[in-house]
Write a protein that binds this ligand. Structure first.
Ligand SMILES: Cc1ncc(COP(=O)(O)O)c(C=O)c1O
Length: 400
């Protein structure tokens, strides 16, 4: 008898229903593949929303975690530990920034970015106390805290969680004129995803990110790039901003930084920005802990080789070519960059959820987002043959 149905029910019983998972119960994984409790294998084309860029249980990352587990796991930042300096130095170098501030989840990195931008606004730019505003984009996804959902435009994410945090202005994504209009003397930051992941891997029009950079320079505003999902190799470069020739003032990083093992996030910026924080003004018990640093240092070293960015760029071409061939045969549109794709399925055919269920039956795991859109974000260790396999399964699902 299959164990999956009972295991799915069991997983629901004592859980708040804040997720609607596909009915698959995973018990082990390696590389691009996961295995369920009944021994069935699936190609993982979600990769933990890009937290598994290096695949499941990458040997170098697992080795770093094991070695660290045997030595030291937590100190708190009340003391310095021996994994901290290497991590901060190497991540700062990867980002081309002077300083980093380690946290845990992506939402914490975003909150940190907001706090730093506001403090910079008051202390460096000279914004009058309590007047700072931050401009964000429609369709954003930056996390789930009460402040972050305050400037979400997704009613599921936002409704009934007020009162909302003031100090944010929302403009259409990709619209430079609207952005220029929204920025005023009290604007301390423009906070954007260089590609909007949760919105369906939405790539802004060419010239938008350089335009944002120019505007921020002209108006003395920080450009804060949320690269939590787009960064660290996903789009075929270390940062999605890089592909537009843009360097933001602040990078927000997370997901893949933890190597799929532990939550690790960070803010990276130069001293004139991140240097505004003094002891007692921000922190986290677990942020920058020894286990996190040991794993994340190894992540940074993997990225420093350039191999994963290259794989993502080259294999991304193959993925997008395969997907583009399905436009008109069940797909309405395909977007994305590198090994990251948002697909709009013809809504007359099926919903995104239905497509993901059918893909699952064919041994491919993906995740729907709004309506009939699904996302593909396989681990960057995926092979050309595995990409072809995923595209073939999708073609079969669309063919009904
Ligand atoms: C762009 C972006 N920012 C922030 C977050 C929040 O990260 P976390 O779920 O680790 O809090 C996400 C998560 O999907 C994201 O995609």
């Amino acid at each position: 008898m299959l164990r999956t149905p009972a295991a799915v029910q069991d997983a629901e019983r004592h859980t708040a229903h804040n997720y609607h998972p596909l009915p698959v119960v995973i018990s082990s994984a390696e590389g691009s593949w996961v295995t369920d409790v009944d021994g069935r294998r699936y190609l993982d084309c979600l990769a933990g929303y890009s937290a598994l860029n290096f695949g499941h249980r990458h040997p170098a990352l697992i080795a770093a975690a094991h070695a660290q587990l045997d030595k030291l796991t937590l100190t708190s930042r009340a003391f310095v530990h021996d994994q901290f300096a290497d991590f901060c130095r190497e991540l700062a170098a990867l980002c081309g920034k002077e300083l980093v501030l380690p946290m845990n989840t992506g939402a914490e990195a975003v909150e940190t970015g907001i706090k730093v931008a506001r403090k910079w606004g008051y202390q460096v730019k000279g914004v009058p106390a309590g007047q700072a505003n931050i401009v964000v984009a429609e369709g954003n996804f930056h996390g789930r805290t009460t402040t972050i959902v305050s400037f979400s435009t997704d009613s599921d994410a936002r409704a009934d969680f007020g009162p909302y945090t003031p100090g944010f202005r929302i403009v259409p994504y990709g619209d430079l004129a609207a952005l220029a209009e929204a920025v005023d003397e009290q604007t301390v930051a423009v906070l954007l995803e260089p590609i909007q992941g949760e919105q369906g891997v939405v790539v802004p029009p060419e010239g938008y990110l350089p335009g944002v950079r120019r505007l921020c320079d002209e108006r003395n505003v920080l450009f804060v790039a949320d690269e939590i999902q787009s960064g660290l190799g996903r789009t075929g470069a270390t940062f999605a901003c890089e592909q537009e020739g843009v360097v933001p003032d602040m990078y927000l990083l997370g997901k893949a930084l933890g190597g799929g093992i532990v939550p690790v996030s960070a803010v990276a910026a130069d001293t004139d920005v991140l240097g505004v924080l003094r002891p007692g003004q921000h922190g986290s018990t677990f942020g920058g802990n020894p286990l996190a640093c040991a794993v994340a240092t190894e992540v940074v070293r993997l990225l420093a080789t350039g191999e994963f960015q290259r794989r993502s760029a080259e294999l991304g071409e193959r993925l997008h070519a395969g997907l583009r061939a399905l436009v008109g045969s069940g797909l309405v549109a395909v977007r994305g960059r590198g090994l990251w794709a948002g697909l709009d399925i013809d809504p007359a055919l099926m919903s995104g959820r239905e497509a993901c269920e059918r893909l699952m039956e064919r041994g491919v795991l993906a995740k729907d987002t709004h309506g009939s859109t699904i996302r593909l974000a396989p681990p960057l260790v995926i092979t050309a043959e595995e990409i072809d396999h995923a595209v073939a399964q999708l073609a079969a699902v669309l063919a009904g």
